[in-house]
Design a protein around this ligand. Structure first.
Ligand SMILES: *[C@@H]1O[C@H](CO)[C@@H](O)[C@H](O)[C@H]1NC(C)=O
Ligand SMILES: *[C@@H]1O[C@H](CO)[C@@H](O)[C@H](O)[C@H]1NC(C)=O
Ligand SMILES: [Cu+2]
Length: 339
């Protein structure tokens, strides 16, 4: 496996990247609305990666025709969206269900008012966000980590003040494991057809898809591995809250992190390979066959190394420089990754 060719590396990436996910079920106040019911599910779990295409609104290659159902929900209800790796519900034997653990990133929900949710085109809609979860920096916990722990379920609320009527509900998960370049971030979404009852008369400020995202957004073009993120800016506007202060724009893109070279405690002393010395009893030190570890090396050997998508090199990196799976690939001076 030494001569791991570019082609093989790409093939490996493609196959591992197939650990995707599909939003395929809704619950209203805990009541299961049924598999695929009222949801425009895509026929594959492949991600959208081009934020300029209409595909970014409600996905593409949808199961056709759209399920002929509208999900009724009171304003203020708690909804639960459920996602899985495959298209037909949970699979306890699938280690990548609901999504591969490498697919770290944010989860969000948007709504767009429509005349008829059954027939509304995904094109030209005006969207507002009602839910988002990104990165908890302190615990290094992503929305996707919690989502996996909850078997692909995410709770959120329909704002109480929204005008009654039909809406498309856009549930979205962004996987950032390949987001060091653009296109690279993987966008997963389905749109559900809902009818909100009760409510008020609020008309939140909106954004468009495509339009709301740019390939250079700090939450879309981002290295989630190194240096450690001190903040993560979730793409799009902040969620609408009834009676809250609702900025119309996509909020402060100002404070780009990255810059503050976190002063890693450079205690010098390149950790000398003491392990080697101790074994040989007699001759104290002196020679110690300088086994200069070839930092490059790849191989998919069985002896340790960084996991697939793990870091395997870069300035300041003191962890493994080989890959247990995949090939150590240089992304930039600060980051090499097993792909
Ligand atoms: C979602 O809400 C339900 C109650 O409606 C609760 O039982 C469940 O634990 C919640 N799930 C998550 C992931 O918070
Ligand atoms: C939406 O709910 C309202 C109130 O229950 C109902 O009158 C209307 O028919 C529903 N619309 C659709 C399309 O289900
Ligand atoms: Cu994937």
């Amino acid at each position: 496996m030494v001569a791991f060719s570019k082609v093989a590396a790409v093939a490996a990436l493609a196959s591992s990247a197939s650990a995707h996910t599909i939003f395929q079920k809704l619950y209203v106040n805990g009541v299961d609305q049924g598999q695929d019911v009222g949801i425009r599910v895509p026929s594959t779990n492949n991600p959208v990666t081009d934020v300029t295409l209409i595909d970014i609104a409600c996905n593409t290659a949808l199961v056709s025709p759209p399920p002929g159902a509208i999900i009724n929900t009171p304003a203020g209800a708690t909804l639960t969206m459920e996602w899985h790796h495959g298209g037909s519900g949970p699979d306890p034997n699938d280690g990548d269900d609901p999504v591969a653990s490498s697919h770290k990133g944010p989860i969000m929900v948007y709504l767009a008012k429509v005349d008829n949710a059954l027939t509304a085109s995904a094109s030209g809609l005006k969207w507002f966000k009602i839910y988002e979860d990104g990165l908890d920096v302190a615990s290094n916990t992503w929305a996707v980590d919690k989502f996996i722990a909850a078997d692909g379920k995410v709770n959120f609320s329909i704002p109480t003040c929204l005008a009654p009527g039909n809406y498309l509900l856009r549930g979205e998960l962004i996987a950032l494991h390949g987001a060091l370049t653009y296109p690279g971030a993987q966008f997963y979404m389905s749109c559900a057809q809902i009818n909100i009852t009760g409510g008020g008369s609020a008309s939140p400020p909106t954004v468009s898809f495509p339009g709301a995202y740019s390939g250079s957004d700090p939450g879309i073009l981002v290295n989630i591995y190194y240096p450690p993120l001190t903040t993560y800016v979730i793409p799009g506007p902040r969620p609408y809250t009834c009676g809250g202060s609702n900025p119309t724009t996509a909020t402060t893109k100002t404070t780009t992190p990255a810059t503050t070279k976190t002063t890693t405690p450079v205690t010098t002393t390149k950790t000398t390979t003491t392990a080697v010395v101790t074994t040989k009893t007699t001759t104290p030190v002196t020679t110690t066959k300088t086994t200069t570890t070839p930092v490059k090396t790849t191989t998919g050997g069985s002896t340790g190394g960084a996991p697939l998508y793990g870091q395997c090199g870069g300035i300041g990196w003191t962890g493994p420089t080989t890959c247990a799976q995949g090939t150590c690939t240089v992304s930039n001076a600060y980051y090499s990754q097993c792909l």
